[in-house]
Design a protein around this ligand. Structure first.
Ligand SMILES: Cc1ncc(COP(=O)(O)O)c(C=O)c1O
Length: 390
């Protein structure tokens, strides 16, 4: 009998370095392996499982929808899509939306919207250290050399601005700028928070040159930072907002949200997807929106996020030669170390805590939004123990 790890190697193109865990099921903030070990999941499926695992309300909503129909295609309207869209428009304060299946597809929709609105001549900018996805358009924006180097040529007329460098921003933006894509808190790049000075300069230039400002909130959206979107920490008002990851409660779903200037950007046939806005995903998504915005989760993340960050800062001050900086907002936290963090991820896993390492030296903590003070304290205790042994 060969194990699942060997089978994975036999059958799958090896694109993912998998964790050495054989998971049986999830339960709230925990993942349970087949040998019965419970792991505190502070990575939650790369920021997807905001309501934790096996959430009863999601199970009920999904079951109810599957029993009616699980797919119709976008030739039909479904109640599930409409109810979800109504809530997402309400809580995002945007005008209209286009539904997709993933983050990268949402970025593609925005790129097409930008080109359609602004024509082909202008430059579309993204930031150094950004991550927007792996399909060709999104990859063209993504600033991760290792993800791009074997896949050129990428899209033309894409430029890069140095993240948080106002002089570079001012040097590059002009009347030939079509759009700027910005993660207000960079996720994959290492939980880098944009500075309010950079945001002010960006909006000043936006008013002057009228380019399109796209907030990629795929990782930082929907309550994760203690506000609806990371840009709400800066009172910013983007033209287009992108969400995915947590929005489907673990099912594939994404949305491009636009303001009134873009409500007619696409017309019949100019953009589409077979599965986008799948009724089952939308049924789960509606539960996510209710829990986050109507049942108090966002407030709890704001409160507990402050506690978590302040405790982490205290802990970091005890280990100044190991921990370089704590960054983030709410439940989107990065702990930058002076050296690579893969061994800490392993040591934490041995202590039944799951976190991730991004950009080599940044421990990325993305707890489910349902995490309690006890869960945070469990993490803090184990992190302290691991640091003591460095
Ligand atoms: C900010 C951001 N945009 C886009 C994406 C791409 O999303 P997906 O992996 O669902 O295609 C990600 C994924 O990590 C992301 O963090």
């Amino acid at each position: 009998m060969i194990g699942i790890s060997e089978k994975e190697k036999r059958y799958f193109i090896q694109t993912y370095k998998r964790l050495p865990l054989d998971i049986s099921h999830g339960d709230g903030v925990h993942l349970i392996s087949k040998d019965g070990t419970r792991y505190l999941d502070f990575f939650c499926g790369i920021g997807v499982n905001s309501l934790g695992h096996a959430n009863e309300k999601i199970i009920a909503a999904v079951q109810n929808q599957v029993e009616k129909f699980s797919h119709l295609s976008n030739y039909f309207i479904s109640d599930s899509q409409i109810e979800f869209a109504e809530k997402l428009i309400k809580y995002s304060n945007m005008k209209k939306l286009f539904l997709t299946n993933s983050g990268t597809e949402t970025v593609e929709a925005a790129l097409k919207a930008v080109r359609k609105k602004m024509g082909s001549a202008g430059i579309i900018y993204s930031m150094s250290g950004s991550f927007h996805g792996r399909t060709y358009g999104a990859l063209s924006l993504t600033d991760q050399i290792n993800y791009k180097k074997d896949f050129e040529p990428l899209l033309p007329k894409i430029g890069k601005i140095k993240f948080n460098e106002i002089s570079d921003l001012r040097k590059k933006i002009n009347e030939n700028t079509s759009a700027v894509f910005l993660e207000f808190i960079q996720g994959e790049g290492g939980i880098n928070v944009v500075s309010s000075e950079f945001v002010s300069a960006l909006f000043e230039l936006h008013n002057k040159y009228n380019f399109i400002l796209v907030a990629d909130s795929v990782q930082s959206g929907l309550g994760r930072t203690g506000k609806p979107f990371a840009f709400n920490h800066f009172n910013a008002d983007p033209d287009i907002v992108l969400v995915a990851k947590s929005i489907g409660g673990g099912l594939p779903l994404g949305a491009m949200l636009v303001n009134e200037n873009f409500e007619n950007v696409f017309t019949y046939g100019t953009h589409g997807t077979t599965f986008g806005g799948n009724p089952v995903s939308c049924a789960a998504g509606k539960v996510v929106l209710e829990e986050v915005f109507e049942n108090g989760l966002i407030e709890s993340v704001g409160r507990l996020g402050n506690y978590f960050l302040s405790e982490l800062n205290s802990l970091a001050s005890l280990f100044p030669s190991i921990v370089k900086e704590i960054r983030g907002k709410g439940f989107m936290i990065g702990i930058e170390l002076f050296s690579e963090c893969y061994n800490l991820v392993e040591l934490l896993m041995k202590r039944k805590v799951l976190v991730n390492c991004t950009n080599k030296k940044v421990l990325r903590i993305l707890p489910p939004l349902i995490a309690t003070k006890n869960d945070i304290d469990f993490f803090l205790y184990n992190f302290h123990e691991v640091l003591k042994k460095q």
